[in-house]
Write a protein that binds this ligand. Structure first.
Ligand code: KG4
Ligand code: ZN
Length: 354
């Protein structure tokens, strides 16, 4: 597998990413171009804007990934690209690019599921990680607990009934007036370090539901109400110009939010571990991945759940937790080796065909 070379392309949300990975898991290059200023100006990902930003960035990002890896398209074994889930306008930019390369250089294409890639990149990080394993995937749009029996064989144990945890981090950060250019999650995590996690009594979601599903919409609302009731007008006063007392109040809200948001994860994961071990007693690993898994508080607390249950936590390094091309290339490799890929597009296929 070492001589396999996979290009991975990811454009499902707001990052344009590409990477070249070798069959043995060696990362030869990794390029990410993010849309920070768009996020700030539009208050979230506006699909049409995001599509334009992807279109502008994609050629350069892919070229840089090839250059950094010191390879040309001719050296590649195949091209892997995210086909979903995500914003369809954005996904199309990546798919179009992948098909163009595949057509010109006669390369097979591997269509990759974004969430599967978040889960499987853990196998690149830890070569001992065999199926079956339990995975918690936490990002801006998804909150999933899955039992991975094998490649392409996943049983969903839980999902969110409304928002994902990343969405709650992002909105809370915005309402708290944080500088979200590097993402709402990291900004809130930072501020929470200054706060008292027990200062605000937020209630833990879904305790009466004895299952593995999640809910973050209610907690989001609790944060908004906490801000409103304390009369800190965060829309027009950014944290950088807040008074000392005001900053402390915001930090307390941030820390209290984070404590309860993660406690909710812990409670659902504890139950999922119990369910999973009943179904697959041989499980040894607990994988935690997706953008929110780059949070240190999250990592520490989920490691405690793993240890308490005799499992080993596998949490990829932060740059492989947030959206990236490496996870797409690696998942492409896993499927390619298993014989799951599409032939190159026909030479007479028009370039604009998806
Ligand atoms: O996986 P990802 O990069 O993109 C999606 O597939 O959604 O996840 C992005 C999410 C965002 O909501 C972002 O705020 C959150 O991950 N995130 C964090 C941290 N870093 C990224 N949330 C909390 N703490 C962090 N350090
Ligand atoms: Zn993601």
């Amino acid at each position: 597998a070492a001589d396999l070379l996979m290009l991975g392309i990811e454009t499902s949300c707001d990052d344009t990413a590409a990477a070249v990975v070798r069959g043995d898991g060696e990362i030869l290059s990794q390029v990410v171009s993010s849309q920070e200023d768009l996020l700030v100006r539009w208050g979230g990902v506006a699909p049409k804007m995001a599509e334009e930003a992807h279109s502008l960035a994609i050629d350069q990002v892919v070229q840089k990934a090839l250059d950094d890896a010191n390879v040309s398209e001719n050296d590649l074994s195949a091209v892997a690209v995210t086909v979903g889930p995500g914003l369809s306008l954005c996904l199309r930019v990546g798919v179009h690019k992948a098909r163009k390369i595949a057509k010109s250089f006669r390369l097979p294409i591997v269509g990759v599921h974004h969430m599967e890639a978040h889960a499987l990149v853990s196998r690149l990080v830890n070569k001992d990680l065999d199926f079956p394993f339990l995975a918690l995937l936490i990002s801006g749009g998804h909150n999933l607990l899955v039992l991975a029996h094998g490649l392409g064989q996943y049983v969903q144990l839980g999902t969110t009934i409304d928002d994902a945890i990343g969405e709650a981090y992002d909105k809370s950060a915005r309402w708290l007036g944080l500088d979200i250019r590097k993402g709402g999650g990291p900004a809130l995590e930072q501020l929470a370090l200054e706060g008292d996690p027990n200062a605000v009594k937020f209630s833990v979601p879904m305790r009466q539901h004895k299952d593995c599903n999640f809910s973050y919409a209610g907690l989001k609302t609790q944060v908004r109400l906490a801000i409103e009731s304390r009369n800190i007008s965060t829309d027009d006063i950014p944290i950088s110009s807040a008074t000392r007392d005001d900053r402390q109040i915001r930090a307390n809200i941030a820390a209290s939010f984070q404590r309860v948001a993660v406690l909710h994860l812990e409670e659902r994961c504890q139950r999922a571990v119990e369910w999973a071990l009943k179904m697959e007693p041989s499980i040894k690993y607990f994988v935690v991945s997706g953008g929110v898994a780059s949070n240190q508080y999250v990592r520490t607390h989920l490691n405690q759940i793993a240890e308490k249950n005799g499992l080993q936590l596998v949490c990829p390094p932060p740059r492989l937790c947030t959206d990236n091309g490496v996870m797409i290339a690696w998942t492409g490799i896993e499927h390619f080796i298993a014989g799951r890929f599409d032939d190159p597009p026909a030479v007479d296929e028009p370039d604009d065909m998806q």
